[in-house]
Design a protein around this ligand. Structure first.
Ligand SMILES: [Zn+2]
Length: 167
């Protein structure tokens, strides 16, 4: 997502409103299945060759459910603010380093969007809170009838040949 911010750089306090839908492409696995992103917000001229972008972004992504393993659509919205500077090296060591203004007039929201989205995506995605939790295999093993436990134990103690000839 590219914005031309020449007017914001010429005039401190100049406000550029934007409202656009665009398709971003990311190579990461996390964001590979991202839908088109609806960006809206304002870029404000801060003076000193800097602008502030206040952004709202809405989109959806295909995730795989951690319970039933089926893909599902996860919708989300993120708001973020970033300062862009024609000379970002000046504050690269500050707490909030600015992002670069490219060719003296363009800013890109992609990377800031990516960072913010990774913060809101669920670590363990679930298609629906009612999706049943699968039983862990270990729990199933414990459900062996206690009366058979001794037999199972004996079977593991038998040398391979004997157990095969008994089948
Ligand atoms: Zn599920």
């Amino acid at each position: 997502m590219e914005l031309r911010v020449s007017d914001c750089l010429k005039e401190t306090g100049y406000r550029l409103n934007f409202d656009e839908v665009c398709k971003l492409l990311f190579k990461d696995e996390e964001l590979g299945q991202l839908g088109p992103v609806h960006f809206s917000g304002t870029v404000i001229g801060l003076g000193m060759d800097k602008v502030l972008a206040a952004v709202s972004a809405e989109s959806f992504i295909t995730l795989v459910c951690g319970r039933c393993s089926k893909p599902f659509t996860y919708s989300f919205a993120v708001d973020f603010e970033e300062v862009f500077s024609a000379d970002p090296e000046l504050d690269q060591f500050s707490e909030n380093p600015s992002l670069p203004i490219v060719d003296g007039c363009r800013i890109y929201l992609d990377e800031a969007f990516r960072q913010n989205v990774l913060g809101v995506l669920p670590m363990a995605a679930v298609c629906d809170s009612n999706c049943p939790v699968p039983e862990a295999p270990q729990q199933r093993q414990k459900e062996i009838d206690p009366r058979w436990e001794k037999l199972v134990e004996l079977k593991t103690m038998l040398p391979d040949k004997i157990s095969r000839s008994q089948k």
